[in-house]
Design a protein around this ligand. Structure first.
Ligand code: ATP
Length: 233
């Protein structure tokens, strides 16, 4: 079943079309990775799907319903959760309070504070500690947990590996299969192409807001991806 269907999408920053004529679908239960160089429009795409940025033109359908003009909080209630670039935690709030922020428009489902703490066991001992004292990787885990608490059907992950040491990135990605098993579909943006290819069922490469390559990781040659990524003919 198609969970997310984007048709002829445009999104603008002022006059600049950060996303142009984009078509993209995500099947339920699958993981789609969007790759592309800095400024390719990846964050803009996720922000437009989450509704924190308006679509300039085109349509976004979620579970068969047109959500193109739906306010962001209604999209959370419909089952879309964003893990934003840079985590955006409340530094003065505790770990637990940061998680609970995600429960504001909570859908019924398997995820709650206790379940997130089972996924990241270190959190239980540090639930009352302020988020400001956490390492980058720990903050990222809290940002993922906060999104999960809303019980999303579609989890949007924006560069979760950014600025983290490789071992920390591996640990973050280790939990992804468990999240998917709980019935979540994932659309992730990743600058680390190797990481994206490891976890994704489908890959979508953007260049200056346009699709330049798409396919299953196994079908795409490394050289083909590099050319698309850097825009070399
Ligand atoms: P990055 O990895 O750097 O976040 P990205 O692929 O996510 O890159 P976007 O952040 O979506 O790309 O940016 C797409 C284009 O839109 C870039 O040219 C960028 O400079 C521009 N842009 C992004 N955010 C804004 C903004 N708030 N105001 C103006 N232009 C913006």
């Amino acid at each position: 079943m198609t969970l997310l269907e984007i048709s002829d999408l445009y999104a603008y920053h002022g006059q600049l079309a950060a996303i142009s004529a984009l078509d993209l679908t995500v099947e339920e239960g699958q993981t789609l990775a969007v790759i592309g160089a800095n400024g390719a429009g990846k964050s803009t795409l996720l922000r437009t799907i989450a509704g924190v940025m308006p679509a300039g033109a085109g349509s976004i359908r979620f579970d068969g319903r047109d959500i193109t003009r739906l306010p962001a909080h209604h999209r959370v209630a419909a089952g879309i959760a964003l893990v934003p670039e840079g985590r955006r935690l409340f530094p003065s709030l505790s770990v637990e309070e940061n998680l609970l922020v995600g429960g504001y428009r909570r859908r019924p489902g398997p995820w709650n504070v206790d379940r997130v703490m089972e996924l990241f066991p270190w959190m239980a001992q540090r639930r009352r500690q302020s988020a400001a004292g956490l390492s980058g990787g720990e903050q990222q885990a809290v940002a993922i947990g906060r999104a999960l608490i809303s019980n999303p059907r579609l989890l949007l992950l924006d560069e979760v590996s950014l600025g983290l040491a490789p071992v920390v990135v591996r640990r973050i990605y280790q939990v992804l299969p468990e999240i998917l098993r709980a019935g979540t579909t994932a659309l992730l943006v990743e600058q680390d192409v190797a990481q994206a290819l490891r976890v994704a069922d489908h890959v979508h490469c953007l260049l200056e807001g346009r699709t330049v390559l798409r396919g299953r990781p196994g079908e795409l040659a490394r050289e083909q991806i590099e050319r698309a990524y850097f825009g070399v003919d």
